[in-house]
Design a protein around this ligand. Structure first.
Ligand code: 5GP
Length: 212
C-alpha cells in the first residue's frame, strides 16, 4: 500500500491458445519481469517432457491422485485435454488473490469457461493466435518434443481450440514475440487500474476533496 491508501484485488490473467502459438514463451517472459505476478502451476496426468520440472512446470500426478484432487474440491477447474487430465489447484490461487497478487493461468478454453462461471470479475482472458496455419505447423514441428502422431493430433485440436476465440476479452496474433509480450504487459497495466479492482478509493478521494 502507498500513501494513497489504495489497495487492489489480485486479478486472474488467463492465457489460452492452441499448442504452438507461443503462449508458454510469452508467459515466461511476462513472469520474469513482473514481481507481482505468479504462475498457477497446474496438476496434470500427462508425462513429463524433457526439461520440465515437477512442481515448477506442472505437478505431475497419476490418474488416481488427480481424481482425488478433483473429488475433494482441491481444483478450481479441471478438464480433459488430449486424453489427459489437467487442473488448477485452488489454494495457491486464493492465497495469492487475497494478498493482492496477480495469477497467470496457462489453461485451455474449457478451464477458462469454468473460471468465467465462478470468478468472472477477477478474470482477464487473453487468447493468442498464430499468424498463419503454416506457421503453427512449423512451430509444432520444430518444437519436436512430441512424436509426429502427436503433432498431427495437435494440429487437429488446434482448429477446435481456436473456435473458442470469442469467449476471450483480448486477442493477440503472435507474429513477433517481443511485440506480443509488450501487448500482454499493456493489458496487464490497464487491467490493474480498473476502478472496480481498487479498494479504498472513496476514502482517498474524500481526503483529496476535504479542505483544511
Ligand atoms: P501441454 O500438455 O502442452 O502443457 O498443455 C496442453 C493444453 O492443456 C494447453 O492448452 C494448456 O493451456 C492446457 N492446460 C494446462 N494446464 C491446464 C489446467 O490446469 N486446466 C486446463 N483446463 N487446461 C490446462
Amino acid at each position: 500500500m502507498d500513501e494513497s491508501g489504495i489497495r487492489r484485488r489480485g486479478l486472474m490473467l488467463v492465457l489460452s491458445s492452441p499448442s504452438g502459438a507461443g503462449k508458454t514463451t510469452i508467459s515466461r517472459e511476462i513472469l520474469k519481469e513482473d514481481g507481482n505476478l505468479i504462475l498457477s502451476v497446474s496438476a496434470t496426468t500427462r508425462p513429463k517432457r524433457p526439461g520440465e520440472r515437477d512442481g515448477v512446470d506442472y505437478h505431475f500426478v497419476d490418474e488416481s491422485a488427480f481424481r482425488n484432487m478433483a473429488d475433494s474440491g482441491e481444483l478450481l477447474e479441471h478438464a480433459q485435454v488430449f486424453d489427459r487430465y489437467y487442473g488448477t489447484p485452488r489454494k495457491p490461487v486464493e492465497d495469492a488473490l487475497s494478498a493482492g497478487r496477480d495469477v497467470l493461468f496457462d489453461i485451455d478454453w474449457q478451464g477458462t469457461q469454468q473460471l468465467s462461471g465462478k470468478m468472472s470479475k477477477d478474470l482477464v482472458r487473453i487468447f493468442i493466435l498464430p499468424p498463419s496455419q503454416d506457421e503453427l505447423e512449423r512451430r509444432l514441428h520444430t518444437r519436436a518434443q512430441d512424436s509426429p502422431d502427436v503433432v498431427k493430433s495437435r494440429m487437429e485440436k488446434a482448429a477446435d481450440e481456436m473456435s473458442h476465440w470469442d469467449a476471450y476479452d483480448y486477442i493477440i496474433v503472435n507474429e513477433q514475440l517481443e511485440r506480443s509480450v509488450e501487448q500482454v504487459r499493456s493489458i496487464l497495466t490497464a487491467e490493474r487500474l480498473r476502478r472496480d479492482r481498487l479498494l479504498g478509493l472513496e476514502d482517498f478521494v474524500h481526503r483529496l476533496r476535504t479542505t483544511g
